[in-house]
Design a protein around this ligand. Structure first.
Ligand SMILES: Cc1cc2nc3c(=O)[nH]c(=O)nc-3n(C[C@H](O)[C@H](O)[C@H](O)COP(=O)(O)OP(=O)(O)OC[C@H]3O[C@@H](n4cnc5c(N)ncnc54)[C@H](O)[C@@H]3O)c2cc1C
Length: 611
């Protein structure tokens, strides 16, 4: 590896230094959850923390820092694909995730959005006190450094916001790109024309309606704000915060049922090291790899572990179940009279790109302040706002037998938890405040139709005893027949928006799925062929649910049946809430740091300090 032990204040350590040190906390994975918690725990100079991250530290390349130069193919888990998706013509799909310090936040599309309050309330209702909206809101504020847009620009671009729901002293920058493509106004008016209300502020607990995207963007430089800058660089003077990069945590070590540390292997080597965690081992390797590490450590469904000869520490049936993502049905167009420029011109028009790059470099303005390939506006829709057929779709979902939608032989506790979740989700389907989908036009050839509240469930299962082999990733896309109907409803809603006069002025011709496809069956056939079952919002594979509901962690995120082992990443969510994950992960990381401090007798800094 290329790590060096850089001296007294530098915290990037070698494998040898790490293994010769005893830490209070060892964190597996340096993404959003891991770095947020590491930062807050090391506020106390007497507490030592080691973060072990599989990937490297980025070098501040333009494709990381400059939104308009973003391409999500660097610092990622290259080469992981799903198992064939039975309900998608047996196609296989990439599994996009970040592999670097900062994890997904280094490579993501920078949308920084909270989810609907009722979704978090739904988490709490499933047996998780403390995870409702009211409990999370102070932590959302603590995590955030919100900068209001220039008032003239806000007026021109339909941006509204409520200062009362935002935080102004937190480490993660939240701001609006100071540029809007001219086509945006056409789409905004079209969405209004079909009756979609303008949102006052989609981060106030109701994220449905029509709004402008908020981004994880430093407004002084218009560069990415991410877990590395917010929770690592910002505190890089702390000698008690160690980071070991390009190293895989290969398993958790136990004495009896107590986690005592981890084993790790520098990537590209076979050398195994051990490190001790005096207080806790904290899992933060993301929704695919946290369950992989647990299973390799002997914690998971007994039959799976035994099939690979892994000694069983604890038979815990929920580990690796309940896998979810959100789905994207891209709809593409030819426009006969679109307005120049569009998001596509950043990619396709070298003259426009050069102009915009010069503007960005000189004044931090222009199209490169928007994440590549994206526009600025989104509509987020409840089921009732999506289709008049909503009651029939809820009835269709209610008529399913949960057990028959999970793999044969699923544990009864997992089935019970799935049934409880479905009941909760059906209530959310009936609510005007919870989104089932979102639609956004990039101002050029593509509209993204996201279905964000699936009922289908997949799984993560180890396939070998080596951390360096990919686990089997099954999205389980469309195992519940309701999900495709929801996508269909969203595709039809998108057509309604495109049919409005202000969009018709631009002359859109739908290329895919294609204007010629008009019947439900025709469109559904195209959805099956063209939908992407992931928008890199993988989650929920070590769910925070009661143990008799297939849960893996309790509301304090401690793994059931074991001591000193906690989960702080996206894998602990019970079900996917209706927007993008990162804002929630930053807030949850802040909350979990307080939970961990209290459990370990470490003084907590009062939340009021951050208001
Ligand atoms: C291309 C892309 C676009 C996205 N767009 C958005 C967006 O616009 N808005 C949004 O909110 N979210 C977006 N997301 C999702 C968001 O970034 C993730 O949900 C989030 O980063 C998950 O946080 P986490 O802490 O759970 O895990 P991660 O941030 O994924 O961190 C996990 C870390 O653990 C490391 N790791 C894995 N295995 C091991 C091991 N064995 N040993 C040591 N380390 C290990 C990984 O390398 C990774 O760095 C996007 C994600 C991607 C990939």
């Amino acid at each position: 590896g290329s790590n060096k032990h850089l001296g007294k204040f530098a915290r990037v350590v070698t494998p040898e230094v790490a293994s010769n040190t005893t830490y209070n906390f060892v964190i597996a994975g340096g993404g959003i959850g891991g770095l947020t918690v590491a930062d807050r725990l090391t506020e106390d100079p007497s507490i030592t923390v080691l973060v072990i991250e599989y990937g490297p530290i980025d070098k501040g390349e333009p494709y990381v820092l400059v939104p308009g130069e973003w391409v999500p193919v660097f610092y990622w888990w290259n080469g992981i694909t799903s198992v064939p998706q039975v309900h998608l013509n047996n196609a296989v799909y990439p599994v996009l995730m970040g592999q670097c310090v900062g994890g997904g936040s280094t490579v993501n599309a920078m949308f920084l959005h909270r989810c609907p309050a009722v979704d978090y309330d739904g988490w709490a209702a499933l047996g998780n006190p403390g995870w409702d909206w009211d409990s999370l809101l102070p932590y959302f504020k603590k995590s955030e450094n919100f900068t209001a847009p220039n008032p003239v620009f806000a007026q021109q671009s339909n941006i509204t916001y409520q200062n009362s729901v935002h935080g102004f002293k937190g480490p993660v920058h939240a701001s609006y790109s100071p540029y809007t493509y001219p086509g945006s106004g056409h789409w905004w008016e079209a969405a209004k024309a079909v009756g979609i209300p303008e949102s006052i502020d989609p981060n106030n607990g109701n994220d449905t309606g029509l709004f402008t995207l908020l981004r994880a963007l430093d407004p002084d430089t218009e560069t990415r704000s991410y877990a590395k800058t917010a929770h690592y660089d910002r505190v890089s003077f702390r000698p008690n915060y160690h980071l070991l990069t390009e190293t895989a945590v290969s398993r958790i070590t136990f004495t009896g049922k107590t986690a005592t540390g981890v084993q790790y292997i520098p990537v590209g080597t076979t050398q195994v090291y051990n490190v001790t965690a005096r207080n806790e081992v904290i899992l933060a390797a993301g929704a695919v790899h946290s369950p992989q590490i647990l299973q390799l450590s002997g914690v998971g469904p007994k039959a799976l572990l035994q099939s690979l000869g892994i000694p069983v520490v604890l038979d815990l049936p929920g580990v690796g179940t309940n896998f979810q993502d959100q789905l994207n049905m891209p709809v593409t167009y030819n426009f006969t009279s679109n307005v120049f420029p569009t998001a596509d011109d950043v990619q396709n028009n070298a003259t426009f790109f050069a102009e915009q790059l010069a503007l960005y470099n000189s004044a931090h303005l222009g199209a490169l302040t928007l994440t590549a390939q994206t526009g600025n506006n989104v509509v987020s829709l409840s089921l009732k706002e999506t289709t008049t057929n909503w009651a029939a779709l809820i009835a269709l979902a209610a008529s399913q037998d949960p057990a028959s939608l999970l793999p044969p032989g699923s544990d009864p506790t997992v089935i019970a938890g799935y049934a409880a979740q479905r009941q909760q989700i059906l209530e959310l389907y009936a609510s005007y405040d919870s989104a089932i989908g979102s639609i956004s036009w990039n101002t050029g050839a593509t509209t993204s139709v996201y279905m964000v509240k699936p009922l289908s469930r997949g799984s993560i299962k180890v396939n070998s005893t080596s951390i360096f082999d990919n686990p089997l990733v099954d999205f389980g896309a469309f195992t519940d027949p309701t999900d495709i109907e929801l996508v269909l409803a969203l595709v039809r809603k998108n057509r309604q928006i495109m049919a409005q006069p202000t969009m018709q002025q631009l002359g859109p011709l739908e290329l895919t799925p294609g204007a010629a496809l008009t019947t439900d069956d025709q469109i559904k056939t195209a959805i099956i062929a063209q939908i992407v079952p992931s928008i890199a919002h993988e989650c929920c594979t070590l769910p925070m649910l009661p143990l008799d509901h297939g849960g893996v962690v309790d509301p304090n995120r401690l793994v059931y049946g074991l001591k000193n082992l906690r989960v702080v990443d996206v894998s602990a969510w019970p079900f996917t809430p209706g927007s993008a994950p990162s804002a929630t992960l930053y807030a949850a990381g802040e909350k979990l740091a307080d939970i961990i401090k209290i459990a370990n007798g470490i003084p907590v800094i009062p939340l009021s300090t951050y208001e």
